[in-house]
Write a protein that binds this ligand. Sequence first.
Ligand SMILES: *Cc1c(COP(=O)(O)O)cnc(C)c1O
Length: 387
Amino acid sequence: MSRFVYADHAATTSVAPEVLNEMLPYFGPAYGNPSSLYSLGRQSADAIANARARIAAVLGAKPTEIFFTSCGSEADNWAIKGVAKAKAAQGKHIITTVFEHHAVLHTMHALEKDGYEVTYLSVDSEGLIKPEELEAAIRPDTILVAMMYANNEIGTILPIKEMAEVAHAHKITFFTDAVQAVGNIPVHVNELGVDLLSLSGHKLHAPKGIGVLYVRTGTRIANLIDGGGQERHRRGGTENVAYICGLAKALEMAVAKLPEMTHVKAMRDRLANEILKIPHTRINGSMEHRLAGNLNVSFEFIEGESLLLLLDMQGICASTGSACSTASLEPSHVLLSIGLPAEKAHGSLRISLSHENTEEDVDYILEKLPPIVARLREMSPLYDGQS
Ligand SMILES: *Cc1c(COP(=O)(O)O)cnc(C)c1O
C-alpha cells in the first residue's frame, strides 16, 4: 500500500484548519488598516492587540515585549544587528556557536565585515556546549551572546537558562533563536531569563511569512524599519493582521498539544531503534538532550540526495542537512561541527515527526527505507557488500 508521509516538520508545517479560520475574516470583510481611526480599522487594531496579548501570555512575556516580523530570519537579523548597533560604543565582540541557523551565522558574517569580532563556540560530538565554555569566551568588550535553543538539523537542546545566567553575570545581552524550540518544548521567557527570543510561524502550523521577536523591557536594540510608527516605532510597515491572528491561534494550539510529544518521542525512538539495525548507520546528535520529533541518521556509502529522491517516489518527505542548503552540495555545517567527515555528512537523513504523524507512518517508513538504503549501496562504488 502506498501512502503519503510528511516527516519534515522541522522544515515547515501545514497551516492548521483552526488557524486558517482565525485568519479568514482579515482577508475578507475585516480588511481595515489597523492605523485607521474608524471602526473598521479599530477592528484590525483590536485583533492585533488581542493576538499580541495571547502570544505574550503563552511565552510569559508582557504584550509590549512582543514584536511581529515577517519571518524567523528577520527576527534573528534584527536581534543581532539591532543589539550590535545599539551597544557598539560599549564593545564590538559577539559570541555565538558554529552550528546556528544560517539566519544567525550569515548575520554574524555581515557584522564581521562591519568591524565586529565574533567568537564561534564549537560543539562536542553530541552537539552540546557547556556553560563553562561560554564563560571562557567572554571578554570585557563582549556585548551579545546569540545561541540557539534547539538545533534545526540534529535537534539538540542547549542549556539556555544556564547560558543566560553566565552572560548576565557579565552584563551581556542574551539572545536565543527558539524557532525550533517553540511548539516542541515549553518556552517561558522569564524561566529562561533571556533578553531576546525569536520564533517563526511556519514551524508551528501558522503560515510562512510571520515571526516574532521578543524583546525584554529595557533591552537596548536599534529600530529595524523606519516608517509609520507600527510596532512601537521599532518596525514600521502596515501589520500583517491575518497572519498575526493566525500565529496567536497556532501558538496556543501548539502549547496545548505539548503533552502529545511523549507519543511523538515514542514513535521517534521506535524509528531510531529499527533504523540502527541497518549496518553502517549512526545517529547524529545527543539522544538525551534532543527534540522529541527529531531523528538524524547517517548511512555510510550513500548520498543523502539520492535517498531523498527514492523516498519521495514512495511518498515520504524527509530532508538531508537543512532545507535551506539542499540547493547546494556543501555538506551540512551542523554535521561537520559534530565531527562527521564530509562523506558521512553527505549520507545523512533528517526525519522530523510531529503530533500529526501516526504509528502507521512509522511502519511505512520502516518498510520502505531499508530496501532503498540497500539498493543505493549496491550501486555505490565505495560499498563492497560487507555488513
Ligand atoms: C526555520 C528556522 C529559522 C528561519 O525561520 P524563517 O521563518 O523560515 O525565516 C531560523 N532559525 C531556525 C533554528 C530555524 O529552524
